[in-house]
Design a protein around this ligand. Structure first.
Ligand SMILES: [Zn+2]
Length: 139
């Protein structure tokens, strides 16, 4: 099989997180909308029950997901991930690339699949919460 066009990103994640055995990366409408909710390099995730599945076990957690710029050159994205995560570890095993998609990493395919489902649920919720006008969750 042909390696992912984003192999450089996955390699950095495997290097930074030795327990990671799997990276999943998807392009979803919701991930891209959420990546535009803020101009900064993180977006706050609403304190939903689903965060527990991503390893966040606090009452009313203030959890953010990192956002990276979508450079044409993938190696540049990978370098920025390495630089930022070497200083600040992410709270969840997930990152957003603005206007591109979401990447998760985990110790097994089952866990990575579960992370994708959870983070996509949270993104759908964030988009829907704006549609129904229940506030600027995520900003
Ligand atoms: Zn992609």
């Amino acid at each position: 099989m042909k390696p992912s066009a984003e192999t450089a990103i996955h390699q950095i994640l495997y290097t930074l997180f030795p327990e990671a055995q799997v990276c999943y990366h998807i392009h979803s409408v919701e991930a891209n909308l959420v990546s535009r909710f803020v101009q900064g390099d993180t977006v706050i995730l609403p304190p939903l029950e689903m965060l527990k599945g991503l390893g966040v076990r606090e009452e009313n957690p203030r959890c953010v997901i990192p956002i990276f710029a979508n450079h044409l050159q993938v190696s540049l994205i990978a370098a920025e991930i390495k630089e930022r995560f070497s200083v600040t570890l992410p709270q969840v095993s997930a990152l957003l690339i603005r206007d591109h998609g979401v990447t998760v990493w985990a110790s097994s395919p089952e866990t990575a699949h579960n992370y994708i489902e959870l983070i996509e649920y949270i993104f759908r919720y964030m988009v829907a919460s704006r549609q129904v006008g229940i506030g600027e969750i995520g900003t």
